[in-house]
Design a protein around this ligand. Structure first.
Ligand code: C2E
Ligand code: CA
Ligand code: CA
Ligand code: CA
Length: 294
């Protein structure tokens, strides 16, 4: 009976999500609702038992050739299924709202890690940590208070924290979001527009927001390689960043050719398998102390 009630709840949610407009008794949809419920329960347990891990990927400054910081990328160490990548659970986490708890955990753990790197190593000064921020976080009450608390407890500087937000946050453009972004800016937290070019942001929106950098999505970097002459949209995107006084970051850099092109275009930062895949914390020390291989 309990299971039935749960299933009903799941059905109700699926409907609320707009997937069940017509066929309420569609078995496929019912199956989907059950699956969402299962993954929700699984995710709840994962949060309680702290089954998440963070992999870190270096971001390289093309001005210095050195590692400027790291992007925190979450993974789920599932007791049965093994290591699970974000594509497989972030969508469900977003739908169920559990993304907020996961995201706050990532923020806290990444800040703790940054403090350790900063204090136990001869590392580049002002190493940054970038955390992906779901749009849903912006509707969480006390978001700023929570960030303040984490910064206070982990003892890092606000200025070393970079939040990667997507165009969907910007497009909502509500009063609340504007206030939050302003509070972030007052604290000198850096804001990066992630997956730039894949959404619908209009240039006027971008212009009015306190953004520090645009991160060019890897799909654009990939296309740049396909054709020697055709650089695709990347030069224009870097131009937009520069003209608005923002830094340009290119992700998904896999080849020397791509790197050379990005250098010629005066891109500011690069990230990708050419430098390093996202790796676990234990391997970061070696990376930071080794001579760059790029
Ligand atoms: P993203 O923010 O666009 O992150 C970049 C993705 O590209 C990462 O995938 C990264 O591992 C991958 N990548 C990096 N360099 C290369 C490369 O040279 N080539 C290729 N082919 N891929 C590369 P990952 O780690 O699987 O993460 C996928 C997405 O999941 C992220 O996309 C981000 O949107 C989301 N995500 C990851 N961690 C978090 C988190 O803590 N919170 C939230 N809200 N979302 C997260
Ligand atoms: Ca990102
Ligand atoms: Ca993203
Ligand atoms: Ca991306």
């Amino acid at each position: 009976e309990c299971l039935l009630r749960d299933a009903d709840t799941a059905m109700y949610r699926a409907k609320a999500l707009g997937r069940a407009r017509y066929h309420i008794f569609d078995p496929a949809m019912y199956q989907e609702a059950i699956q969402l419920l299962e993954i929700e329960n699984d995710l709840r347990r994962a949060i309680e038992r702290q089954e998440f891990l963070i992999y870190y990927q270096p971001i390289i400054s093309l001005t210095t050739g050195m590692i400027a910081g790291f992007e925190a990328l979450v993974r789920w160490q599932h007791p049965i299924r093994g290591l699970i990548y974000p594509v497989e659970f972030i969508p469900a986490a977003e739908e169920t709202g559990l993304i907020n708890a996961i995201n706050i955990w990532v923020l806290q753990s990444a800040c703790q890690q940054l403090y350790i790197w900063q204090n136990h190593l001869v590392t580049p000064k002002n190493l940054t940590i970038s955390v992906n921020f779901s749009a849903r976080l912006f509707s969480q009450p006390n978001l700023i208070a929570q960030i303040d608390q984490i910064i206070y407890e982990t003892k890092i500087n606000f200025a070393n924290l970079q939040l990667e937000i997507t165009e969907s946050v910007i497009m909502e453009n509500t009063k609340t979001i504007k206030v939050i972004l302003k509070q972030m800016r007052e604290r000198k937290i850096k804001l990066i527009m992630d997956d730039f070019g894949t959404g619908y942001s209009s240039l006027s929106y971008l212009h009015n927001l306190p953004l520090n950098a645009l991160k060019i999505d890897k799909s654009f970097v990939k296309r740049m390689q396909d054709n020697q002459e055709n650089m695709g949209l990347v030069p224009a995107m870097i131009g937009i960043a520069k003209s608005m006084g923002m830094a340009a970051i290119a992700e998904g850099v896999e080849s020397k050719e791509q790197l050379d092109k990005l250098k010629n275009l005066n891109c500011d930062f690069v990230q990708g398998y050419l430098f390093s895949k996202p790796i676990q914390q234990q391997l970061i020390l070696d990376l930071l102390t080794a001579k760059p291989h790029w």
